[in-house]
Design a protein around this ligand. Structure first.
Ligand SMILES: [Zn+2]
Ligand SMILES: [Zn+2]
Length: 259
């Protein structure tokens, strides 16, 4: 079986003790690609360094909505510098998180707009994080012409309307371990109707361990469980789903297509 983890935070301290072992375990089991997420306020340089070290690892960089309050005049130049790196795939994760409200909502919206604009100028897709902010997320994507950048709704937790919005505009929809949770019947119904060519898989490690590991540290190896669940939902085999989502990942990012 081959599989791809389109979104993990491998440079967070949760992996400091055994990062290389974690990567090795996943690779041995069939991991074809991994994209690690760097925050412009924290670990973007570490994410870049990890992507330089391993041929199958790429990275993205952006300012997470939690950290929107930290956006200052140095942030955009940092993003632009990182964006020229050949192993950077997209601007992200960016978006809105009204669940935690770690940054004021108005600030989150401004910083989301800034980064969609930057992605369009740079010719890069976006990786979108949205939680309990569906209406504002879609409105801002419309107003900032997000579909010109294209990209991914990561760790999809939206409703059918959001899925339809994404599919109509050609965004990819990435599912995480949350699709395996016992109470996620609605999410599985939505996943069943996403066109196979737009599906991606991720762990969001160290967060969101799939059932039955929920609550423990997640790691890229466990994307297999997301692949297996998606295969069951879509009525195909895990092998076919792993292959499909790996090809989808390769098609989702211009820098992988030309590589
Ligand atoms: Zn996220
Ligand atoms: Zn994330």
């Amino acid at each position: 079986m081959i599989f791809t983890d389109s979104h993990a935070h491998l440079t967070l301290p949760a992996f400091d003790a055994d990062r290389e072992e974690v990567i090795h375990r996943a690779r041995e089991a069939g991991l074809r690609h991994l994209c690690t997420v760097g925050s412009l306020s924290r670990d973007a340089d570490a994410a870049r360094a990890l992507a330089e070290k391993h041929g199958f690892i790429r990275f993205i960089a952006g300012l997470h909505p939690h950290d929107a309050k930290l956006w200052d005049e140095s942030t955009l130049p940092r993003l632009e510098t990182l964006a020229s790196h050949p192993r950077l795939l997209a601007v992200g994760e960016i978006g809105l998180d009204y669940h935690y409200d770690f940054s004021p909502r108005e600030r989150q919206r401004e910083v989301f707009r800034e980064q969609i604009g930057a992605a369009r100028r740079l010719g890069l897709p976006v990786v979108i994080h949205t939680r309990e902010a569906h209406e504002d997320t879609l409105r801002i994507l419309d107003e900032e012409k997000g579909e010109e950048a294209g990209g991914v709704f990561h760790c999809f937790s939206g409703n059918a309307e959001m899925a339809r919005y994404a599919v109509e505009r050609g965004y990819r929809i990435s599912f995480s371990g949350s699709v395996t949770f016992k109470n996620a019947g609605d999410l599985r119904e939505i996943a069943a109707r996403v066109p196979p060519a737009l599906l991606l898989t991720e762990t969001d490690a160290p967060f969101l361990s799939p059932h039955p590991h929920r609550g423990r540290r997640n790691e890229p190896l466990r994307v297999m469980e997301v692949v297996t669940k998606l295969a069951e939902i879509q009525g195909t085999t895990p092998d076919a789903m792993g292959e499909q989502t790996t090809r989808n990942f390769e098609a989702a990012f211009p820098r992988l297509r030309s590589a």
